[in-house]
Design a protein around this ligand. Structure first.
Ligand SMILES: [Zn+2]
Length: 147
């Protein structure tokens, strides 16, 4: 089949659905109600996960909740220049992998800096919460560069 024989069609699909956060519900509840960022700690190996996991993927044992700080370190980042279809957000914007203080893993979120001369691994960042919180990861509006 030649390329010109392939027909492409574009559709905009919207759907409402319910999703259960299950045993990590507390993470979203604390974001929404208390502006707290929670992680989970493996009772066996001690790794602290954020985003949280209900069970350690390494040890296969349940984790316990731990409160993390609002500050963290930028591990990696990418500047998005083309608007993704699935996200209504002005471009350019930066996605960063942030290791919150007290955590061992990274949380992907927006970072408020898009100047590539100012972005670098190891920057300190702080969570800025949305005024109106609904129990979504976007209850953290973005992370602000603080150093
Ligand atoms: Zn473990």
């Amino acid at each position: 089949m030649e390329n010109q024989d392939i027909v492409k069609a574009y559709y905009k699909m919207e759907a409402e659905f319910n999703y259960s956060y299950g045993r990590i519900s507390r993470f979203f509840k604390e974001l929404m109600e208390n502006k707290k960022i929670m992680g989970t700690k493996c009772l066996k190996c001690g790794i602290v996960f954020c985003p949280p996991t209900s069970d350690c993927p390494k040890c296969w044992v349940p984790t316990e909740w731990v409160e993390l700080g609002r500050k963290g370190t930028l591990l990696h980042y990418t500047i998005i220049g083309l608007p993704p279809l699935w996200l209504k957000r002005k471009v350019p914007f930066t996605l960063g992998l942030i290791k919150l203080d007290g955590a061992d893993t990274g949380l992907m979120h927006f970072v408020n800096e898009t100047d590539r001369t100012k972005l670098k691994k190891g920057l300190r960042v702080k969570a800025i919460f949305a005024e109106e919180r609904k129990g979504y990861i976007t209850d953290i509006e973005h992370f602000e560069v603080i150093s």
